[in-house]
Design a protein around this ligand. Structure first.
Ligand code: DPP
Ligand code: ZN
Length: 851
């Protein structure tokens, strides 16, 4: 096993100031001629080493002369060079239509496209495929004109023309030096939705979103989001777009959500295509967020890239923080924060607590594709957010200005970013840097005691052991807190920011007029787990009175969690406090419906499991369903009142979105109550809906039920959208997420459905990924879920190792389960590790999960 280590970083021996690529495109055999001007970097006598992926060079020339003193060593083409500057030309042939990994140049839906991050460019041509080699690219493409009328690459179009054999050519030039992972080309039969954007300095940029002609009408939302993002980045960060064109292409087969290639973003079509009939509000939000994310990368990623892949969070953490802030500005910032924290807890906290835990800046990897994780992205974003909190908005902006100015045009490190924060903010972030190097979610315990008129807050922190990191140091935890009066409901103190940087600390409050209730980690100011001794009464109080919407939501969640955890052990006494708090929340006319919908939703079964020493999936399911039923029955009138608000024609706005969300949550509770008319209500919503949000919401409710309407709705849905693969993904996913007892059997049947294929990552994730996230179904006591996932993984690994490896983590949670389940999970991991021809992607994840 070959391991790459951060401490081994050395600057590149050779630089490539200029790259000329000539593509003779054809799905069966594409000939790539690469001409690299190379210069020796420093005084050394090492040969030029170019990365490849098993392709044989058809020819190698140095300064125009064919040479044969090259050799191939560990997938590198090694060429001895005498001088300090040379021109190297290599010719290779590749087969895009046989590329099922979707890395490098591949075919999707009859078109040709590329994906190069992190190490896909080496599958196209020989090159120093590392992010700190920045080169200016000129690209020429030749292709059959009827089949591939549109030829796009990075940068600006230069020239194009026809050949007399039915082929045509186009040349593109990107004036900005960039690493190879940002290279892109597209050849296809595409239609375009065009617009322009005028930048803050008055330049006009031609925008284009390229899709199949039939999908053109579904690009309006993405195009609007692009323009909003461009304006937002000028306003919020002073960042202006720098090329004359900005193109986005949507493709159906894509490993990531999207890719920020300079001037030519390539997107998974699920993050571009939307209309009310086929996309939910969630999809609309996600499209705007991903369009913004990739656009923002133009500065935080492309203009300033990463020195090495250990610095991945430099661009991803910062860019996620930027897209989260953007989305918060488009609607309810409070609801956005709740959604982001829920996502962090669902994906990153379990990662940080399991065998694949790694720091935001990792120390080593076997396969870099495995490090595009919730830790790098979402915890990374929380680190930026904490620094923004420490600096305050004005200083944080000055610090990012300094960062952009100082590192523009370079390949930088996380340390460079932190140093700018430190310098502009005039703060010492020495201890804060532990957030980059220590894995694991810190735990904070907080308890409030009163004696003789003094209120004492004791805070203590603990950073758990993670693989390879047995001893942890205390970190800097920025905790926003405030005290409220238990009787009056009034705030007793201002909000203050406490930096907990010791193992434990004590804060004393004198002369408080009444007993205090603690509101802590307001706004989720630190990505930590807080344990308090607050009673159900205190939590219920905060759920009604806290003035910080996140803290209010959090109090409700904690109240629910305490009740659900007790319920899993057979104690349902805590139901009443939850029901009362939910009732008051529903009745409060001052609250935004979108917030209410989040607040009254129970924590997921997996999140309940994360609170327990040993996960008992059936007991958790029963506990949660029991509380849902009780809430549904006891608050029947209120759910119906929330549900019966007058129907309105579909519009995508924060307010309308919030009302739809609350209605669908209410429908779920009505169904959970066991009400006789629930299926009828859901089915009539399903058939009457003028939008996908309401239609899918009703379908999900029916999919959980035993009602006759269930099959009917699934069939209608399938037939209506048979030719829309993104909606058929929803059809698969909804069934895989069903809470019914027979979901495992249903999913095992669905992999034999004619529309199921592992070759398309969206489809694989919609069925297999969703199933593995369904705690009850996946963890069936007979081990059938584990066996099923392992079978699918082994099959998918042969096609697409990167996507297969991303589906593996649920099997690595074996330590969290009883010995019988743990043994079965381990047995499947061992079977995976022993599978012949296993990729290094899956090997790394499976072997680390066993350790
Ligand atoms: N395309 C992925 C993203 O934007 C990887 N850079 O996060
Ligand atoms: Zn990104």
């Amino acid at each position: 096993v070959s391991v790459t280590r951060r401490e081994d970083y050395a600057p590149p021996a050779w630089l490539v100031p200029h790259t000329q690529l000539d593509f003779d495109l054809d799905p069966a055999t594409t000939r790539v001629t690469a001409t690299l001007s190379v210069t020796r970097n420093g005084a050394h006598d090492t040969p030029l080493r170019l990365d490849g992926a098993g392709q044989q060079p058809v020819s190698v020339t140095v300064d125009g002369v064919a040479v044969n003193d090259w050799r191939i060593e560990d997938d590198q083409l090694v060429i001895p060079l005498a001088g300090d500057a040379h021109e190297i030309e290599t010719v290779v042939e590749i087969a895009p239509e046989r590329n099922t990994q979707l890395m490098g140049l591949y075919a999707s839906g009859g078109n040709l496209c590329t994906q190069c991050e992190a190490e896909g460019f080496r599958r196209i041509t020989w090159f120093p495929d590392r992010p700190d080699v920045l080169s200016r690219y000129a690209v020429r493409m030749t292709a059959d004109k009827a089949r591939y009328p549109i030829l796009l690459a990075n940068g600006d179009p230069v020239a194009q023309g026809d050949l007399d054999d039915g082929r045509h050519w186009a040349e593109w030039n990107d004036p900005y030096p960039k690493p190879s992972y940002l290279f892109a080309l597209v050849a296809g039969d595409l239609a375009v939705n065009r617009d322009t954007f005028t930048t803050m300095s008055g330049r006009t940029v031609e925008l284009g979103i390229w899709v199949r002609a039939a999908d053109l009408a579904k690009t309006e939302h993405a195009l609007a989001a692009l323009k909003t993002s461009m304006a937002w980045d000028e306003r919020a960060y002073g960042r202006e777009y720098d090329l004359d064109v900005f193109n986005i292409v949507a493709v159906d087969d894509f490993n990531f959500g999207a890719m920020e290639n300079k001037g030519l973003n390539i997107f998974n079509s699920r993050y571009i295509l939307a209309d009310p009939d086929t996309a939910t509000d969630y999809d609309y939000d996600a499209i705007a967020a991903v369009v913004a994310h990739e656009y923002f990368h133009n500065w935080s990623g492309d203009r300033i890239t990463c020195r090495d892949w250990f610095q991945l969070s430099l661009k991803e953490g910062f860019t996620v923080y930027r897209d989260q802030s953007f989305s918060a500005d488009q609607g309810s910032a409070a609801v956005k924060r709740i959604e982001d924290v829920r996502g962090l807890r669902a994906a990153q906290f379990p990662e940080d607590a399991g065998p694949l835990a790694h720091p935001v800046r990792p120390d080593s990897y076997q396969e870099i594709s495995n490090f595009y994780t919730a830790t790098i992205y979402n915890k990374g974003a929380e680190l930026i957010r904490m620094m923004a909190t420490l600096l305050g908005p004005v200083t944080f902006r000055a610090a990012t200005d300094l960062y952009f100015e100082r590192f523009d045009g370079t390949a930088a490190t996380c340390e460079d970013f932190v140093a700018c924060m430190e310098e502009a903010g005039d703060v010492d972030l020495t201890q804060f840097r532990l957030w980059y190097s220590q894995a694991g979610t810190p735990r904070v315990s907080a308890s409030l005691t009163e004696r003789d008129g003094r209120t004492t807050l004791r805070l203590a922190q603990h950073v758990p052991t993670t693989p390879g990191q047995p001893d942890k140091r205390s970190m800097v935890l920025p905790l926003k807190l405030r005290l409220f009066g238990a009787e009056s409901g009034r705030a007793l103190t201002d909000e203050r920011l406490v930096l907990l940087d010791q193992p434990s600390e004590t804060l004393v409050f004198e002369g408080l007029a009444e007993r205090a209730v603690l509101s802590i980690n307001r706004g989720f100011s630190a990505p930590v787990i807080v344990e308090t001794d607050r009673t159900a009464a205190d939590l219920g109080f905060l759920a009604r009175h806290d003035d910080d919407p996140f803290a209010r939501y959090e109090a409700m969640q904690q109240l629910m969690l305490d009740s659900l955890v007790a319920g899993a052990m057979g104690d349902t006494a805590g139901h009443d406090a939850v029901i009362a708090a939910v009732s008051d929340t529903l009745a409060n006319p001052d609250l935004d419906p979108a917030f209410v919908a989040e607040a009254v939703l129970l924590p997921s079964e997996s999140f309940i499991g994360d609170q327990l020493a040993t996960v008992d999936p059936e007991a958790i399911h029963a506990s949660r369903e029991g509380l849902r039923r009780a809430l549904g029955q006891r608050l029947d009138d209120q759910w119906r009142e929330a549900y019966d608000i007058a129907p309105e024609a579909y519009v995508y706005s924060p307010q309308a979105k919030g009302r739809r969300r609350l209605r669908s949550v209410a429908l779920g509770y009505i169904a959970a109550s066991g009400a006789g008319d629930a299926a009828t209500l859901a089915f009539s919503q399903f058939t009457a809906a003028d939008n996908m949000t309401d239609r899918q919401g009703a379908l999900a409710t029916l999919a959980n039920s035993d009602a006759d309407e269930r099959e009917a709705a699934l069939d209608i849905f399938y037939n209506r959208y048979a030719d829309n693969s993104l909606v058929i993904d929803k059809w698969f996913q909804t069934q895989a997420l069903s809470s019914r007892a027979d979901t495992g059997a249903a999913v095992a049947e669905l992999v034999r459905h004619p529309d199921f294929t592992l070759a398309n990552p969206n489809r694989a994730r919609a069925l297999i990924g969703a199933f593995a996230a369904n705690q009850r179904a996946f963890n069936a006591a007979d081990g059938s879920g584990y066996r099923f996932l392992a079978d699918q993984l082994i099959a998918l690994d042969k096609l697409n190792p990167q996507t297969a490896a991303k589906l593996l983590p649920p099997l690595g949670r074996w330590r969290r389960f009883d010995p019988a389940r743990a043994a079965m999970m381990r047995a499947e991991l061992e079977r995976i590790v022993a599978a012949p021809g296993l990729s290094k992607d899956v090997f790394e994840q499976a072997s680390k999960s066993l350790a």
